[in-house]
Design a protein around this ligand. Structure first.
Ligand SMILES: O=P(O)(O)OC[C@H]1O[C@](O)(CO)[C@@H](O)[C@@H]1O
Length: 239
């Protein structure tokens, strides 16, 4: 699976089934399975050299992730899931901004102490902000390929251990709907939220159905992704 972007053919990082063995719900199904490709991550994309420079100047990265439809036994295909570290000089972790380009996404966002766990359905054109202090997992719950993009600060490594240690997120999305992870008894009840609309979107410089990629050209527009501590008011009520 390659992606044409900015007139170039890009090769993905690939997440395969065995990379996910610690976070899959259906461990009975997993036993004896062959390894196979699950999803494709095209990181650090830009349409022109000038855009690449602008991204680097703002300490941002633009990625596209493609998740074909499929099941992992009784569970819908999903990303491994991770948290982000604290932004330097701030008491909050880095946020991340997603846009659904094609298909449908189900975002599971959770605080590390699991005191808040939120599910957000998003369709093509929707944007979802993962606020500071939330980890995230993306599920392709449909029978169509999900293509989504994200803007995120470029200078940190994702933290996978907390979700691996619990055997997955606080909830699994399966053929029978949501199932609470038995290794997360402390998790709050699953809260449903909508992808942000009108006013919230415009505060973030976004509009439904308008691609977010050009925002990288407005220097400082996405400052809240790299210096979240300076923009705390923006994050309240986004999910
Ligand atoms: O790292 P995971 O949990 O497999 O999730 C992959 C997603 O995370 C990102 O690295 C950004 O957080 C994207 O490239 C991709 O959508």
């Amino acid at each position: 699976m390659d992606l044409e972007f900015g007139g170039k053919t890009k090769e993905p990082d690939i997440r395969r089934l065995f990379d996910m063995k610690d976070v899959i719900f259906d461990q009975i199904w997993l036993a004896g399975r062959e390894n196979f490709e699950l999803y494709y991550m095209f990181r650090d994309l830009f349409l022109s050299r000038a855009d690449g420079d602008k991204l680097r100047d703002q300490n941002l990265r633009y990625d596209i992730t493609i998740i074909p439809p499929g099941m992992m036994g009784s569970e819908y295909i999903k990303t491994a899931g991770h948290y982000h570290p604290l932004a330097p000089g701030s008491a909050v972790t880095y946020p991340e901004l997603y846009e659904v380009l094609e298909g449908e996404a189900l975002y599971l966002l959770q605080k590390e102490d699991l005191s808040d766990v939120v599910a957000i359905n998003a369709a093509a054109g929707d944007k979802v902000l993962v606020p500071p202090n939330y980890g995230h997992i993306t599920i392709n719950r449909s029978n169509k390929t999900l293509k989504m993009s994200n803007f995120v600060a470029r200078d940190f490594s994702s933290l996978y251990d907390p979700i691996k240690e619990k055997g997955g997120g606080a909830y699994f999305f399966t053929r029978d709907g949501w199932i609470k992870n038995p290794r997360c008894p402390e998790a709050s009840e699953l809260r449903r939220a909508d992808a942000p609309g009108g006013r919230t979107l415009s505060q973030l410089g976004l509009a439904k159905g308008k691609e977010m990629y050009p925002l990288l050209k407005e220097h400082g527009r996405l400052d809240y992704l790299t210096r979240p501590g300076d923009h705390l008011d923006l994050f309240s009520g986004v999910i």
